[in-house]
Unconditional design. Structure first.
Length: 150
């Protein structure tokens, strides 16, 4: 069972990464058919929701990988529980993202403020999804290339 779980995680992560490639139009524009601000906000809010779901899928995989790593540790874990550390990091990342995007939006004026905040959240969420996917697919004991600084 322990040998099958990492394989299942890799297969699921592959599906996740494959899904990321089809989330945006080829030209990279979000909501190309939106004309009004209301349509743009609605469309971008839906895109943020999709980005959040992809991130949570990647987070679930990374958390499962962290639990496997914990199970493979020898001796007491005290303060070094990979799953608890990831949960803490995710909560702190979310607070960082929200504060950062509020700051970005504050520099914009009027009706663009909400779009700037949502756009920022989509961008940071997609970056985090990539980091979590790397965590989920990198075998325990191997380092990832991901270094995130808040």
């Amino acid at each position: 069972m322990r040998r099958l779980l990492p394989i299942a995680l890799i297969v699921m992560a592959g599906s996740l990464v494959g899904g990321l490639a089809f989330s945006q139009p080829e030209d990279g524009a979000l909501c190309p058919d939106a004309v009004s601000m209301v349509e743009m906000e609605s469309c971008m809010a839906a895109e943020l929701e999709l980005s959040e779901q992809r991130m949570m899928d990647a987070y679930s995989l990374a958390l499962a990988r962290a639990r496997i790593a914990k199970a493979q540790l020898r001796g007491p874990v005290q303060g070094n529980d990979p799953a608890e550390m990831l949960e803490d990091a995710q909560a702190k990342w979310r607070a960082y993202r929200d504060a950062q995007c509020a700051s970005v939006a504050a520099r914009s004026g009027g009706s663009m403020r909400a779009l700037e905040a949502i756009s920022c959240k989509i961008e940071l969420t997609e970056e985090r999804t990539g980091a979590l996917t790397d965590m989920a697919t990198t075998p325990p004991g191997e380092e990832t290339d991901i270094v995130e600084a808040p």
